[in-house]
Design a protein around this ligand. Structure first.
Ligand code: AHG
Ligand code: MN
Ligand code: MN
Length: 337
């Protein structure tokens, strides 16, 4: 049980001392965590809380919204408005920037995917929330979308919560990656996973294989070589996993290594990819890199992509260093099979 473990709050206060910060980030994260605890409670109660099923509406990206997508988005906005730390918010579920009333305005920007893995809600499989924190550019009172368009390397903090058998928070402020487990009885996150690191080698990959015919040659080559196993060029067998909640797939990689790909393919080329740069790819890339992993579009480090619009999508290839380096090298060789 949680016993005398360090609380998330105390961990953040220690981090704040190290940074010689003023505690703004600590207080801001407390508000983000209130939203996440409340989402965790909704997920826990499922149908009892009226959290299953669809809304019958679509978000700005033309995706069907689940009730929990909408409820989680509302909780994120509600819990993070009056704290006094934010100049604005941007959400996967919102068309435009969410403004913060002048009297509450602070100096950070919060971006979030309030509920990741929507297709898994109704089937009682792990889902999560993802968030990213940027600084509001100097001199900006009321940020517009343009003020959010900063590359991932500018992130001050990134994290995700996974609502699985346990609810966990995994967080970086640029000083390694740290994991916390929620004690449901106490309603607090406790420090359980110190300095999480990703092994450089792995024999496990995660990709939606049903898209294989749409992939580009470098990704097809990599997966075909994995599938060939012991008798193929890699001379070893590989295992495959695909939860279809990015949070859960990334959390597995944070725990035991692996490769996660939602690469460029013919199906998503028009949109630039499937996953969202600002709400999914950037925060996860910050976490993965801080844990010693690599995160790329196949052609470019994700955190160096200059965003052009809030809801921009990108191909994502991330995980154990040696495997991602190999996939990136297949891209730069322009592999044609
Ligand atoms: P979201 O639920 O926020 O829209 O994100 C879903 C994403 C990601 O979590 C997951 O890796 C991927 O979509 C699954 O896509 P497929 O259904 O195409 O496998
Ligand atoms: Mn998502
Ligand atoms: Mn989502």
């Amino acid at each position: 049980m949680s016993g005398y473990r360090t609380t998330l709050t105390h961990f953040l206060i220690e981090e704040q001392r190290r940074r010689q910060g003023e505690g703004v980030l600590t207080l801001l994260l407390a508000d983000v965590m209130t939203a996440c605890k409340r989402i965790s409670d909704l997920v826990d109660h499922g149908e009892l809380a009226g959290a299953l099923g669809t809304m019958g509406t679509e978000n700005v990206q033309g995706e069907v919204q689940k009730k929990l997508d909408v409820q989680s988005n509302e909780l994120f906005k509600f819990c993070n408005t009056i704290g006094g730390h934010l100049a604005g918010m941007a959400s996967e579920e919102e068309d435009d920037v969410v403004t913060v009333p002048a009297e509450y305005r602070g100096r950070y920007l919060l971006l979030f995917d309030p509920l990741d893995g929507s297709s898994n809600i109704d089937v009682n499989v792990s889902v999560g929330s993802i968030f990213s924190i940027l600084r509001c550019p100097d001199g900006i009172e009321q940020p517009t979308a343009e003020d959010f368009l900063q590359p991932g390397v500018e992130q001050v903090c990134a994290g995700y919560t996974v609502y699985g058998p346990s609810t966990m928070l995994v967080l970086t402020t640029g000083n390694g990656v740290h994991g916390f487990t929620m004690d449901r009885n106490v309603g607090e996150f406790f420090y359980t996973h110190e300095n999480m690191t990703i092994p450089a080698d792995t024999q496990e990959f995660a990709i939606n294989m049903s898209n294989m015919r749409h992939w580009e040659a470098p990704v097809r080559r990599y997966i075909e070589e994995c599938l060939a196993g012991k008798t193929g060029p890699r001379e070893k067998d590989f295992n495959m996993r695909w939860v279809a909640s990015m949070v859960a797939d990334v959390h597995r990689i944070m725990t035991r290594g692996g490769v996660f790909m939602y690469p460029m393919c013919d199906k998503t080329r028009e949109k630039g990819g499937k996953l969202r740069l600002m709400y999914e790819a950037n925060p996860m890339s910050f976490i993965i890199e801080q844990a010693g992993g690599v995160s790329s579009t196949g052609r470019e480090r994700i955190m160096e992509v200059q965003p052009k619009e809030l809801h921009q999508r990108v191909p994502v290839i991330l995980g154990s260093k040696n495997e991602i380096d190999r996939i990136v090298s297949y891209h730069s060789e322009g592999t044609e099979k």
